[in-house]
Each structure stands twice: as structure tokens, then as C-alpha cells.
Design a protein around this ligand. Structure first.
Ligand code: IPD
Ligand code: CA
Length: 302
């Protein structure tokens, strides 16, 4: 994936819109917002009841019936309206569906980002719907459903929260910045050592503080909102970041790989920052490691 520096994207597509090109995907984006709201209601209702908690890749990688039901709700309603479109959904992939991004219009869905928060009632939970055509992200919808914040961005048209425009911070000094990251769900001691080592180095730059909302998508929306300068993580999945990537980019931010260069949506690594200066400064401190790509071929013997 390229095309993740917002400034370039924005100026190119503004000139396209001057010529009154029909906006092919606005209808799809409106549908994404509507279904994300319905999904949010479902998540809020579920918080009032007992949650059935299950584990996926490890006993700290959690999933609930609500994650599965919300994903079903979103995919069923999108399929009715856009029957030829493709899907990459966190819970569908967990159930064995392929995780491959083709040129076909593709909805990239995380039904509940922040499942651990959800299970504990920690109030940062988001429904994420990203949409890509020809492998380029066209729009992103992240609904922070506990505090009712609807983050939206359409390529070339800016980023918004509840209709108010978003703009990243203009801070260029790392030692005046807040950096967000997460521990993820890998408890391999070597990986945990690298995570702590990166955090220690960044903290001691020094930065004003380090934070983590417990949701990759909401960390990225905080970057887009200008209250956090950068977020980085290794181990996230494409559904955690696809929608929020458009929001960061359209708020004027940048998306990079943890070793520099453009973000690769399937690589499970991301740096989302207000600008390249801050991104590159933290990249020099991050101890990079690889995670199995989201689009890696599935071993039939496993
Ligand atoms: C997780 C959250 C978490 C991040 C993990 C993600 P989930 O998504 O975004 O903040 O650290 O890497 O997998 O499991 O809550 O959908
Ligand atoms: Ca997620």
C-alpha cells in the first residue's frame, strides 16, 4: 500500500472533485456510518449483560459472542446493498476465511476493537469499518461507541469527529510530545522484552508521556485529533488500523512502517504520527521485529 501521506492525497483528489466527478463511494460510506451506529447499540446493550468470553490465539487474545454477532450484522447488511463486494473481517478470518486484499471493493472490518476493554468494561471500544478499492483505502469509519464519537474520513475530503474537522498536532519536538503504544497480546518473553525496551528508550528521550487506550483504532483517532503526537505498534492486524489509517491521513498525519518507509497494511506494523519528523524520531528508538503477515498463506497442516 502506498498513498498514505495525507497532504499529497488531499491536493490530488481535490482537483479531481473540482471537475464534479461523481463520488462513487459516498453511498458505501453513508452505509458504513449507519451500520456502525447499529453495531454500537449492540455493543452498549451487551455491556449490560453477562458476556460469554472465549480465547483465540492465546488466553489473552479474547473474543465474545458480541464480536461475532456485530461482525455478522455488518457483513449481512453490506452484502444486501453491495452484493459483489469482498470482506476481510476479524472474526471471519478467525473462523477460517481468507485474509487477502484484492482489487475488488473490500470492506475491512473490526467489529469490536478493544475487546479486552469491552470484557472489562474499560470504556474505549470501537467499531471499525475500512473500505479499499484496488488496494487503496477510500474511507474509514471508527465509532467509539461508549462515548458516542463517530470518526469518519473519506479520501481527499478530510477527517471528522461527529462532523467536526480533525487536525493533527503541529508539534515537531519529540520532547514536547505524547506517544501512544500497546502491549498487544503476544506474551513471548523475547517480544515483551523488545516492547519494553522500545518504550523505555522513547520514554527517556524524554517525552511528555506515554499512553495506550487499549484500542489501536482509538489511539490512531487520538493522533488525528491532535492530542497524541504518535502511536506505534507491532502485532496489530489490518482490521485494527485500516479505517483509522484514512482518518489519520486525512487529518494531515503520516503512516509509516516501524523501520521507515510507507506503512504496509498487511505487515502488522504501524507508526501513525502527526508528521514525518516525529515519526522518524520514534522509528530510530523502536526495536523492530516481525509478525506473521495477515496475508501469509495458511499452512494446511496447522
Ligand atoms: C487489539 C487492540 C489492542 C492492540 C492489539 C489489537 P482487538 O484489537 O487494538 O489495542 O494492542 O494489537 O489486536 O483484539 O481488541 O480487536
Ligand atoms: Ca481489533
Amino acid at each position: 500500500m502506498t498513498a498514505f501521506v495525507a497532504g499529497n492525497l488531499r491536493s490530488k483528489s481535490k482537483s479531481l472533485h473540482k471537475g464534479k466527478m461523481p463520488d462513487l463511494w459516498q453511498d458505501a460510506m453513508d452505509h458504513a456510518v449507519t451500520v456502525a451506529r447499529k453495531a454500537g447499540e449492540m455493543v452498549r446493550d451487551a455491556l449490560q449483560n453477562d458476556l460469554k468470553i472465549m480465547c483465540k490465539s492465546s488466553n489473552v487474545d479474547l473474543v465474545t459472542k458480541t464480536d461475532q454477532n456485530v461482525e455478522r450484522l455488518i457483513i449481512t447488511s453490506v452484502k444486501e446493498k453491495f452484493p459483489t463486494h469482498s470482506f476481510i473481517g476479524e472474526e471471519s478470518v478467525a473462523a477460517g476465511e481468507p485474509c487477502v486484499l484484492t482489487d475488488n471493493p473490500t470492506w475491512i472490518i473490526d467489529p469490536v476493537d478493544g475487546t479486552t476493554n469491552f470484557v472489562h468494561g474499560y470504556p474505549f471500544v470501537a467499531i471499525c469499518i475500512g473500505f479499499a478499492v484496488k488496494k487503496t483505502l477510500e474511507f474509514g469509519v471508527v465509532y467509539s461507541c461508549i462515548d458516542d464519537k463517530m470518526y469518519t474520513a473519506r479520501k481527499g475530503q478530510g477527517a471528522f469527529c461527529n462532523g467536526q474537522p480533525l487536525q493533527v498536532s503541529d508539534q515537531k519536538e519529540i520532547n514536547q510530545s505524547i506517544i501512544a503504544t500497546e502491549f498487544g497480546s503476544n506474551r513471548d518473553p523475547d517480544v515483551v522484552d523488545k516492547i519494553f525496551s522500545s518504550m523505555r528508550k522513547i520514554l527517556c528521550l524524554p517525552v511528555h508521556g506515554m499512553r495506550g487506550a487499549g484500542s489501536a483504532a482509538l489511539n490512531m483517532c487520538l493522533v488525528a485529533s491532535g492530542c497524541v503526537e504518535a502511536y506505534y505498534e507491532i502485532g496489530i492486524h489490518c482490521w485494527d488500523i485500516a479505517a483509522a489509517a484514512v482518518i489519520v491521513s486525512e487529518a494531515g498525519g503520516v503512516l509509516m512502517d516501524v523501520e521507515g518507509g510507507p506503512m504496509d497494511l498487511m505487515s502488522r506494523r504501524v507508526v501513525a504520527a502527526n508528521n514525518k519528523t516525529i515519526a522518524e524520531r520514534i522509528i530510530t528508538e523502536i526495536e523492530a521485529f516481525s509478525a506473521v503477515r495477515d496475508d501469509a498463506p495458511v499452512d494446511p497442516l496447522k
